[in-house]
Design a protein around this ligand. Sequence first.
Ligand SMILES: NC(=O)C1=CN([C@@H]2O[C@H](COP(=O)(O)OP(=O)(O)OC[C@H]3O[C@@H](n4cnc5c(N)ncnc54)[C@H](O)[C@@H]3O)[C@@H](O)[C@H]2O)C=CC1
Ligand SMILES: O=C([O-])CC(=O)C(=O)O
Length: 333
Amino acid sequence: MEPTTLTKPATLTLSGAAGQIGYSLLFRVAAGEMFGPNTPVRLRMLEAPQAVRAAAGVAMELQDAASPLVAGIEVTADPRVAFEGANHAILVGARPRTAGMERSDLLEGNGAIFGPQGEALNDVAADDIRVLVIGNPANTNAMIAAAHAPDVPRDRFTALTRLDHNRAVAQLAARTSVNVREIKRVTIWGNHSRTQYPDIRHATVAGRPALEMVGTEWAEGVFIETVAQRGGAIIEARGGSSVASTATAIIDHVRDRRFGLSDPEDWTSTALISDGSYGVPEGLVCSYPVRPVDGRWEIVQGLAIDEFSRTKIDASVAELEEERAAVQALGLI
Ligand SMILES: NC(=O)C1=CN([C@@H]2O[C@H](COP(=O)(O)OP(=O)(O)OC[C@H]3O[C@@H](n4cnc5c(N)ncnc54)[C@H](O)[C@@H]3O)[C@@H](O)[C@H]2O)C=CC1
Ligand SMILES: O=C([O-])CC(=O)C(=O)O
């Protein structure tokens, strides 16, 4: 066998590193699933002060996994230490919604996390920093972070909708009894919330138009509801939110951006800062059909949007606009 040539290590900062998603994700990153078998990774685990001890425990386990790809592990509660020289920021830690909490309290709590993290990213991250926000409300938290990081190019900020995308692909594959690899060109539009629009108008199943195979009644009814409410259904069934499937989606997102899609004619979904494409107001963090081009996400242009799709996209965008108005009113952006 040829000796392996290792590339320069990637520095990955994960916030919420002692949480459930962190516990599921870190060992897979250490095993090379995100950056491939030839890229060592420096892991920076960012936690809230009260969870630093727990994060240190996870770091001990990571050390015990003895992965040859791990080039360092650090635990900190200081965003400026965590993001120093970071190439990738995966922001999972967020203020959770608790019973009886007002929306403004939730947004304010998240502003207190994502504002300072955005500032730290702006000041100390590497020039090629890429930011992926998972902590909910993910789209608006990404907007807050971006607003506090004016020197970081706008296209570096994304919020995860790959989990919704994967859920949509899996539902369509199950309905048509094919392997998921036969499903192409599914799109998640809008917010990572119940208003999202999982769209199969352009999708194909083993090369055939999906809509012809499943019919509009299912595509516009049960399919959309199942995908948009899947997070809630998982919480009900397992007594906790999606964790392992979220870690899979995070890995899929980063890996596809770096290495490209297995089928370049296909696309995937991510929320990114709107440039006005498809009539979405500029600056909103909205989910779009995207392809990786030279390590950046590019919105797939020129898709026909019929009346049904327009109404569904507009409804989710209206929710994003409400969230933006609320964080503006609170002075968070
Ligand atoms: N976008 C998506 O598709 C999905 C998003 N989520 C969201 O991901 C988030 C985390 O989920 P879990 O890991 O299951 O929750 P968790 O509660 O197990 O972990 C969250 C961790 O974040 C930490 N944290 C809180 N404030 C922090 C700060 N300022 N800096 C660094 N860390 C901080 C907490 O101490 C905790 O350890 C939630 O907001 C959840 O709603 C979950 C599933 C899918
Ligand atoms: O509501 C949550 O925390 C879980 C979530 O985002 C999802 O499963 O899509």
